[in-house]
Design a protein. Structure first.
Length: 270
């Protein structure tokens, strides 16, 4: 009798597991359906003008602006993350961490307005440099918090072991902790670049856009996000259709950065 009850209980649990599996599979499909719908719609709308020469300038402008922004953001963001990690527990770090979280969460258009007031008005022109400063300001808090989280999660035991063996705090940080942080740092930079590529609002106040090649850092420049914005506002249906091509190119860049980041994390886990 007990054996029959045990068998029935096992069958009942298996049926519950099967229903839970079907439910989770359905919910996963339901959550991915909007994403794939958007991708399909953008690809179907933007594929025809994909190799149009009209997107060469905004594509190059996007890459230039993001790379220049990373030149500012990487050392400052890394320094912020190291400071938050090394000085955690103090009141000053609590204030700095809260400020970084606040800057990461505020609308990016406010950062664009601040950079406009500081850089654009002082230089007297919209420029590629001002747009890079806006994107760097947007990226620094994100990089700093990501690096701090990675340091706490991955290297606390390594640093404690180095200190226990007699290494100084600086030597443990530079020779033991930072080499381990190379891959997580690259992943954080790639995600920060993907976020910066999709920003439009701060660039409206800083670089404004340009139909020609920029002649230097202090001249206006076009980006993919700005090109999409202005094309979508055009009353011309042909120009509006080109906005979908710009969106497709932008999504392709972001997916590429995401795949590279996933490949790096997979190699690290091996």
């Amino acid at each position: 009798m007990r054996e029959e009850q045990f068998i029935r209980a096992i069958k009942r649990r298996k049926r519950k597991d099967q229903w839970y599996f079907v439910f989770l599979l359905f919910m996963g499909f339901l959550s991915l359906f909007p994403l794939f719908s958007v991708l399909y719609y953008v690809v179907s709308k933007g594929w025809f003008d994909l190799f149009s020469a009209g997107f060469l300038k905004p594509t190059v402008g996007t890459l230039e602006m993001v790379l220049i922004a990373m030149v500012f953001a990487i050392p400052l963001g890394t320094g912020l993350g190291l400071y938050l990690y090394e000085s955690r527990g103090t009141r000053m770090v609590t204030v700095v961490r809260y400020t970084a979280d606040l800057l990461s969460g505020i609308p990016s258009i406010l950062i664009g307005m601040a950079v406009y007031a500081v850089v654009v008005i002082s230089t007297g022109t919209f420029s590629l440099f001002a747009g890079s400063v806006a994107l760097a300001t947007f990226s620094i808090p994100y990089l700093g918090r990501e690096i701090e989280d990675q340091l706490i999660a991955s290297t606390s035991a390594i640093k404690e072991g180095a200190l226990a063996l007699g290494a100084t705090n600086t030597r443990a940080l530079l020779q033991m902790v930072m080499p381990v942080m190379t891959r997580p740092l690259i992943v954080a930079i790639l995600f920060s670049m993907s976020r910066a590529m999709g920003e439009t609002a701060p660039l409206l106040f800083t670089t404004l856009g340009n139909h020609f090649w920029p002649i230097g850092l202090m001249s206006p420049a076009s980006t993919l996000s700005l090109q999409i914005y202005f094309d979508a506002l055009s009353p011309n249906s042909f120009v509006q259709s080109q906005a979908w091509t710009g969106a497709l190119i932008l999504i392709a860049f972001i997916i590429l950065l995401f795949l590279v980041a996933k490949w790096i994390t997979r190699e690290e886990s091996k």
